[in-house]
Design a protein around this ligand. Sequence first.
Ligand SMILES: *Cc1c(COP(=O)(O)O)cnc(C)c1O
Length: 371
Amino acid sequence: MDIKKIIKTLKGKNLYRQLKTIERAERVYVYIDGKRYINFSSNDYLSLAFDAELNAKHQNCLKKWPAGSGAARLVTGNFSIHEELEKKLAEIKKTEAALLFSCGYMANLGILSSLLGEKDAIFSDELNHASLIDGCRLSKAKVFIYKHRDTNHLKELLKKNRDKFETIAIVTDSVFSMDGDIAPLDELLKLAKDYNAYLIIDDAHATGVIGNSSLDFFNLKPTKRTIIMGTLGKALGTFGAFVASTKEMKEFFTNRARTFIFTTAIPPHIACMTLENLKEIQPRMVRLRKNIYLFSKLTGIKSQTAIFPLIIGDSGEALKISEKLLKKGFIIPAIRPPTVPEGTARLRITIAAGHSEEELRKLAETIKSLI
Ligand SMILES: *Cc1c(COP(=O)(O)O)cnc(C)c1O
């Protein structure tokens, strides 16, 4: 592999990526090179991660719980605070049980690779998150990609192929991470029933945004065939992830998901801090809904979630607009291929509960003047 050449090619195509160094963060602000920017690209939708008051409460967690768990959960890394958090997360998702994972990426790899194997098939939305795609690959199951949110296409694929496989699963983001649109979970659940499939739902951008669970948004209840993956690092403001499903499924993943078994348990103090944050989410969810509604009205970009994609197309052009916004004090990095499909480079604007009305108006005006 010619690494020098790869890097040069990326630069030539405006696809080279670089880290930005944040010196300090507070509420919806980040500080870079001593300058303050309004953050419009964080997944901290409820503005919990950089809240000074909450941070003070978190100090109590640090006093009580260690920074490291010392071992995997199944060895000697399982603390009572992990179980307390799992109980709370199951309650939120209205499932029998929940199981913590180190992060969402690991959870998706673990779910897919343990549940599905060579004799099985996965039906996956074409815009699913990279961790779901990698989970599909790791499982060795046959993968069928259906067109984005297209249940007719999915049905066609199921009809033609269901009988050739043993276990099958339909896999989808509930809120799509780069477009902010919502999967038709009501129809997907019906198809899962009709074709005896599991429905694996990735709630990374749904938890705390369109309800506690994406199923709530559709007035649906979890069933024995639904497996919900939720993350703690986005709206819940800490770090980690979980799978919410039946008790039996929890037992299965505890024994079979390699990304659960062979890794160190999440730090106990993080579990404690997550429980603290969960006490704060309800009023912030209301504020976030108000902000989403207002920003939608101001910009004409329709979104029911915190994600507002501003599709530019060309990667170089998207980079230029992102730099202009940066000069005006807004941090909104350009999202380019391979994160999004070729020719759909964009600014992925995300709205948070902590943005003020004035900040939302200022951004909407600035965008209008630039595009
Ligand atoms: C962020 C994200 C993940 C990964 O979660 P982490 O906890 O950050 O590893 C999985 N799925 C989707 C849709 C995501 O956006």
